[in-house]
Design a protein around this ligand. Sequence first.
Ligand code: PMT
Length: 415
Amino acid sequence: MLAGSELILGVTGSIAAYKAAYLLRELRRAGALVTVVTTAHAERFVGALTWRTLSGRPVLSDLFDPRSEEAVEHVALAERAHAVIVAPATANILAKAAHGLADDFLSTLLLAARCPVLMVPAMDGGMWSHPATSANVATLRARGVTVLEPDSGELASGLAGKGRLPEVDSILEAVERLLTPVRDLAGERILVTAGPTREPIDPVRYLSNRSSGKMGHALATAALRRGAEVVLISGPTSLTPPSGAVYVPVQTAEEMREAALQHIESATIVIKAAAVADYRVRDPRASKIKSSKTEGLTLELLPTPDILKELAARRGRAFIVGFAAETRDVRASGTEKLRSKGIDLLVANDVSRQGIGFESDDNEVLLLDRWGGAIELPRMRKLAVAGAILDRALALRAAAAASPDPAAPHPRPLP
Ligand code: PMT
C-alpha cells in the first residue's frame, strides 16, 4: 500500500525528531512519496537540509513563505495526501489539533486534511499522563484520528516512563493499516436516503427544508469505502454523488418512496437520513400563481407518506436505521419515533443547535436502539458520524443474530 502513496510527514519539536528521519527513510524505501512539514520548534532539533535530502522535496514550515508555491496551498496539499503522519507529535500539537487551532503550517494543514491522520506521540511521561493530554487524545480518537500509544522506557529527561516514540517498524505498520481500507461491509447492500424533498406548489415554487444532503452522502461514502454496494436516493442537493454508488435523484416524497420500495427487497441495511417534507400541496397548480399585494393565499396541505415506517414494515431481512431531527426533548422524542416507526436504530440530532444538523459539516448525535441502548456521540465530522452509525448497526445486528432472545438488550457499546 505504501508504494506510490502520497504522504505528509509532520515533525514537531521533540528530541525524537531525529527518529523521524529514519521513519522518512523507510517510507521512501517502501516507495511512498513524502512531503515533510515541520514546526518552528522541530527545526531547532533537525534542520531542513536533512528533510529535504531524505524526502527529495522542499520542506514546508512557513504559512507565509513568499518563495514557496505550496505555502499558500496547504489545502491543496492536504487534499492530495493519502495520509498525514505526525511523528513525533508533541503534547502541544495534540492539543492544537484537538481544539482546531491553526497558527502554523502543520496545524492549518491538519485542520484542512480529510484523509486519515496518524499521530505518533513522544513526550515526557508526566505530560502524556496529564488529564489535559488524555482528554485531547480522547477527542482526536473520537474524531477518527489514529493516536498511537507511546512506548515505555528511558525518556530524554533521564526519567523512565511512558512517552517514547514507538519504534519505526511499529509506525510503518500503523501507516500500512491506515492506508489499507477496511472492507467489513463487503457483501452488504445499503440503501441510503439523503437530502430534502421538494413538494411543488406551482411550476416555480415548492415546500422543502434546509437539508443539504451532507449527512446522507457521508453515509453513502463511508459505506462504499468499506466495500458495500450502495444505492443512494437523494433529493435535490448541490453535492456530487460519491462514485461507485447507484444514484437515484428524486424530487418529491412520493418519488423517494417509490424508489426506496424498489430497492428494499435486496437491501441488507436501510439508512433514512433524508429530511422528507411532511406535507404536500393537495393540488399543485399547473401554471405560476399570480402574486397579489392585497390578498393572502391558502394552500391545502396533505401529509406525505411515511416512507420509513413503510420500509420498516416491508423490511424483509434489512436492518432499519432512521433519523430524527428534533429541536427539544431529543431523547424522549427520539425514543417515541424509534417505537412508532418500528425501526432498529434511531439517530437523533438536535437541529436547533449551531454547527450541527442541517447544512453543517459536523453532527452530534444520540444513537437509540430498540433494545434500550443509548449512546451519545461527541461532535464529529459527518463522515466520522457515518462510520460510527455503520459500526453500531453492524454490532447490534450481530448481537441480535447471536442472541436466543430477540428482545434481549445488546451488550456491545461502541469502542
Ligand atoms: O442533509 P444535512 O444538511 O446534512 O442535514 C442532516 C439532517 C439534519 C437532515 C439529518 O441528520 C436528519 O436529521 N435527517 C432526518 C430529518 C427528518 O426528516 O427527521 P424527522 O424527525 O422529521 O423524520 C424521522 C424519520 O422519518 C427520518 O428518518 C425521515 O427520513 C423519515 N420520514 C419522515 C417523514 C416522512 N414523510 N417519511 C419519512 O420516511
